[in-house]
Ligand binder design. Structure first.
Ligand code: DHE
Length: 542
């Protein structure tokens, strides 16, 4: 496990704010209530991302008392303080934990895992607010914005999103949301925008209002990352779904009121037929071929194709893929869904028409495609590409079993990027460029620039573009993250993501000339990360 992968996984969990139930293990070194509370907070801020809420292990090892008690406090202290070559960070020698905290954590992990509360349908319903009921909403679009080219931009640390007009580059509205919004998705018609915070809060934004704003909100769980809406004919704008990390479950809701209809747990067996108590819900996409959501359970390695046409008699096709499912997107036809199994260094391919696994494709170390990038390779035909957190490789996978049978679901070419620590890769059907970011690369020169390839001449290697340099922001670490195209496919937007108390920016690059075209700066643009163009998100164009 490399530095980039650890930096990525060890993000703070909103569960750190919850009061945990203390299960006392008489064999473990004793802890006071106050010590337990402090240790729980440190655990959820630093450790849970890799070791899991219930310490059953994910990227990191399992840390349940049956394992930790035998090791003893002194051994565990050394491990926490100095780390390990397998990827455990050196918490004490790096200065991030004091000696006292290391001792506290060594004792804490010998106790039974703290259990955060469950969150039932009734809890979810109690959190719901309909600010403007559907009957009082506009009957038609009441503004003059070119909604197709609107961008929903996450302002991570301020708990907001900015709606930015892609034509004028003006901020239309800044909307209060949950904390650290992870993604934005559009309803089938493009009218409703759904955003989900890391704290499980969904905001439903009506883009038809004179000034687009919140019309409903709900909290679906205590920690979450994904939301999606029904796309199939007859169900347009009707249904929404959200997955949570804790509790490990997903909830299906009414599209326009967010009224929860059904909660389904993901607890159960993994692809290795072992029980896992908390398979977190990672990415979710909506099928174009059937009234189904494809819901990816991280730790179980299973993809659930959930039929939303009859919630009382719920039909689910469960596909065994590989561990740990994370992020993914469709091929250019919208028939095949490709998702990273990041701990297996594989991409799982699902045929959404047949409801079957088409292939598990071996790629590089820790693939991280975002939604991936589709283009026509001059030699191999239609391909979908992923970059990697753990290596500089960019893997191109053939996606055309009809026209290019030999290449289908095989890595047809691997090209070299700037380095590991990549999160997102992007192109557009109208573009000849393939853009790859590297925000988690430890070399600031690399994390602040992006690589761009000519799709018709990949062998030539990339041109690197100093995106942070275009923003002219002064000092401080600036990670350049997530390329996103405008609707026309002639501009690419990048976030220049600085600390909360430092200036950030969005840099817009002319896709043809690869020159910086404009820089969006505003005191209100705090820590921009994900950007979602309405049309491209609505139609799965990437
Ligand atoms: Fe993400 C997508 C989970 C860290 C920015 N991220 C996703 C998805 C999941 C996920 C499951 C796919 C959602 C979907 O498509 O339905 N991300 C996680 C984590 O668990 C992780 C590792 C750690 C954490 O604690 O959150 C994590 N992610 C990050 C970041 O550090 C990023 C850069 C900034 C942030 O918000 O914390 C980040 N993730 C994003 C973005 C997307 C995303 C911008 C959507 C990209 C897209 O183009 O679709």
């Amino acid at each position: 496990v490399g530095a980039a992968e650890i930096a990525y996984q060890a993000g703070g969990s909103p569960l750190a704010k919850e009061e945990m139930h203390q299960n006392i293990n008489p064999k473990a070194p004793p802890m006071t209530k106050a010590e337990f509370a402090r240790a729980s907070q440190i655990y959820f801020e630093r450790c849970a991302g890799c070791h899991g809420v219930l310490r059953k292990g994910a990227t990191g090892k399992a840390l349940t008392p049956d394992i930790t008690l035998g090791k003893g406090t002194d051994y565990l202290k050394i491990f926490i303080a100095y780390g390990s070559p397998a990827g455990m960070p050196n918490w004490q020698t790096s200065g991030e934990m004091s000696e006292a905290d290391v001792d506290l954590m060594a004792r804490y992990i010998q106790q039974e895992p703290a259990t955060p509360p469950e969150f039932s349908l009734a809890d979810i319903e109690r959190s719901r607010k309909v600010l403007i009921p559907p009957a009082q909403r506009p009957k038609r679009k009441m503004n003059n914005y070119n909604l197709d080219n609107l961008f929903s931009v996450t302002l991570r640390d301020s708990g907001e999103i900015a709606l930015i007009d892609g034509d004028s580059k003006e901020i239309i509205n800044i909307i209060k949301t949950g904390y650290a919004v992870h993604i934005s998705r559009l309803s089938k018609s493009g009218r409703y925008l759904y955003v989900i915070g890391r704290d499980g809060k969904i905001n439903l934004i009506d883009l038809w209002m004179p000034k687009p704003d919140n019309v409903a909100e709900i909290k679906v769980g205590l920690e979450a990352r994904s939301v999606e809406t029904s796309k199939y004919k007859g169900f347009e704008d009707k249904i929404a779904v959200a997955g949570s990390y804790w509790p490990p479950q997903f909830v299906i809701m009414e599209g326009d009121t967010l009224k929860p209809q059904k909660v389904v747990s993901t607890r159960g067996m993994t692809v290795d037929n072992e029980y896992h108590p908390e398979p977190r819900v990672a990415s979710i996409v909506a099928s174009h071929y059937k009234p189904e959501f494809l819901i990816n359970a991280k730790e179980s390695g299973k993809i659930m194709m959930v039929d939303y046409s009859d919630l009382k008699n719920l039909k689910t096709t469960t596909i065994d893929a590989a561990k740990f499912l994370h992020d993914g997107g469709f091929d250019s036809t919208g028939r095949y869904f490709l998702v990273a199994a990041n701990a297996s260094d594989k991409i799982a391919v699902v045929d959404t028409k047949l409801g079957k696994l088409s292939a598990l494709v071996n790629v590089g170390k820790t693939p991280h495609p975002g939604r991936g990038a589709n283009f026509i390779h001059p030699k191999y035909g239609p391909v979908w590409a992923t970059s990697h957190l753990g290596s500089e490789d960019i893997s191109l996978i053939g996606t055309d079993p009809q026209g290019h049978k030999q290449q289908a679901w095989k890595v047809v070419q691997t090209i070299k990027g700037q380095g590991g620590g990549s999160l997102f890769i992007k192109t557009h059907p109208k573009s000849k460029n393939l853009w790859v970011d590297t925000p988690l690369n430890p070399d600031t020169k690399i994390s602040q620039s992006v690589a761009v390839y000519d799709i018709n001449n990949l062998e030539k290697g990339p041109q690197t573009i100093d995106i942070a340099g275009c923003a002219k922001l002064g000092d401080g670490a600036k990670r350049v993250v997530q390329p996103e195209y405008n609707k026309a496919g002639d501009e690419v937007w990048f976030s220049v993501w600085s600390a909360k108390d430092k200036a950030s920016a969005i840099v817009v690059v002319d896709d043809k000339t690869r020159q910086c075209k404009s820089v969006i700066k505003d005191a209100k643009l705090i820590t921009p990360t994900g950007k979602f163009n309405v049309y491209n998100t609505q139609h799965d164009v990437y």
